[in-house]
Design a protein around this ligand. Structure first.
Ligand SMILES: *Cc1c(COP(=O)(O)O)cnc(C)c1O
Length: 422
């Protein structure tokens, strides 16, 4: 099936007389006939749902759909994108371990890695994604356990050099974990470019309508965990009578451990209703993400022609520094609905433009159906000095604009009238 068809038909196929829409199993628990059967479920020798923190039929249908969209062997839905990133890494790293990550990753991921993981004993070296391989190579240590990057970074809008980072990760026997939130599997399937694990904030384009938080981890199923670097996967798990994941679960070892061990213990699960809403969004994802991208390209081209603009960053623009990478890794070079641009008038001009928007709303959000904008210097990155802002690629006059599904001419008209105010 092509991806448009997969978005509608993967994960759930009703039988004769079955409900056409995905049923919502609004139940925390399930009923059994024998203690022997429940024992088998707990030993992982029988498959089935027994408690919604671990699995639920509605959530499972959406997990199967997302695994199919990404071309992976299994997926695990989580309560948010943050939970997906946290569990994806904790599944293979702990105190005394080290990670390599690109410096332009999403601010929430940056805090998680640099501050919270540090407290847990996991160290991170951040690297410039555009640096030559020989330089990035120096960041690796004997205790490095994963490389982390973003397909299209939020909000820097850099495009990941998959070829370089997957080669580096694999040379060190560690997986490449990629946050594919902005591209979605419609524009990029990271497993086809050497990634091993994919995470998403489904809160963004996948759900798409700004109604439901969520995240997902997808296992590509091809990484070899038996190098000795990942004892959690290759040595007995005492909490399952000595089960060894790589022996018992084959290519799905990683995602099975994430569910039966980490989701069991940490509990950041998606709800049946949340999974249903996510599924509604997924059904129209190909139509939406392509139109978001077309609208963003039109707005970015308009902004490029304005004399009030210092620069526009959008990988879909031919002049963008990552345009060639966008063409290589993204479907038709389409680069999602998010663009950023900086006003020549700096902070004051940016604030004035945002306040002057009529159609475009001021929101701490991106990647949903309505156009919205944010001024990072006075909100998400408020605590940073101008020098720190510069290091993060954020100028005081920068506006992050997430183009929705309104007619592009209406979005441009709103941007135009707001720019006239400065
Ligand atoms: C929003 C976002 C996250 C975090 O997801 P939440 O669902 O908000 O927890 C992670 N990565 C990227 C790229 C995001 O845009």
């Amino acid at each position: 099936m092509k991806i448009e068809t997969q978005c509608l038909h993967e994960g759930y196929q009703p039988g004769n007389g079955g409900a056409r829409a995905l049923p919502i199993y609004q139940s925390t628990t399930f009923k059994f006939d024998s203690t022997a059967h429940v024992g088998d479920l707990f030993d992982l020798t029988a498959a089935g749902h027994f408690y919604t923190r671990l699995s639920n039929p509605t959530v499972a249908a959406v997990e199967d759909k997302i695994a199919a969209l990404e071309g992976g062997v299994g997926a695990l839905c989580t309560s948010s994108g943050q939970a997906a990133t946290m569990l994806a890494i904790l599944n293979i790293a702990g105190a005394g371990d080290h990670l390599v990550a690109t410096s332009t990753i999403y601010g929430g991921s940056l805090n998680l890695l640099a501050v919270t993981f540090k407290k847990l004993g996991i160290e991170v070296t951040f690297v410039d994604g555009d640096a030559p391989a020989e330089e990035i190579e120096k960041a690796f240590r004997p205790n490095t356990r994963a490389v982390f990057g973003e397909t299209i970074a939020n909000p820097a809008l850099t495009v990941l050099d998959f070829e370089k980072f997957s080669a580096l990760a694999h040379a060190h026997n560690v997986p490449l974990i990629v946050d594919n939130t902005f591209a979605t599997p419609v524009l990029c399937r990271p497993f086809e470019h050497g990634a091993d694990i994919v995470v998403h904030s489904t809160t963004k384009y996948m759900e798409g309508h700004a109604v439901q938080m969520g995240g997902v981890i997808v296992d590509g199923g091809k990484f070899d965990w038996t190098s000795g670097n990942f004892p959690g996967l290759t040595e007995p798990d005492d909490s399952y009578h000595g089960l060894v994941y790589t022996e018992a679960c084959g290519s799905a070892a990683y995602i099975t451990k994430a569910r039966v061990q980490l989701m069991r213990d940490m509990g950041a699960c998606q709800t049946p209703m949340g999974a249903f809403l996510l599924d509604l969004g997924l059904q129209t994802l190909p139509l939406r993400i392509r139109q978001h991208s077309a609208n963003a390209l039109a707005v970015a081209e308009f902004l490029t022609g304005s004399d009030k603009i210092e620069f526009v960053t959008y990988p879909g623009l031919a002049a963008d520094k990552h345009h060639a990478r966008a063409e290589k890794y993204l479907e038709n070079g389409a680069a999602s609905g998010v663009i950023s641009f900086s006003l020549k008038g700096g902070r004051a001009a940016a604030e004035k433009v945002i306040d002057a928007f009529r159609l475009i709303s001021l929101e701490v959000h991106v990647a949903d159906i309505h156009s919205c904008a944010l001024h990072p210097a006075s909100s998400t990155h408020r605590q940073l000095s101008d020098e720190q802002l510069a290091a993060a690629g954020i100028t005081p006059g920068l506006i992050r604009l997430s183009c929705g599904l309104e007619n592009a001419e209406d979005i441009i008209a709103d941007v135009k009238q707001a720019l006239e105010q400065v």
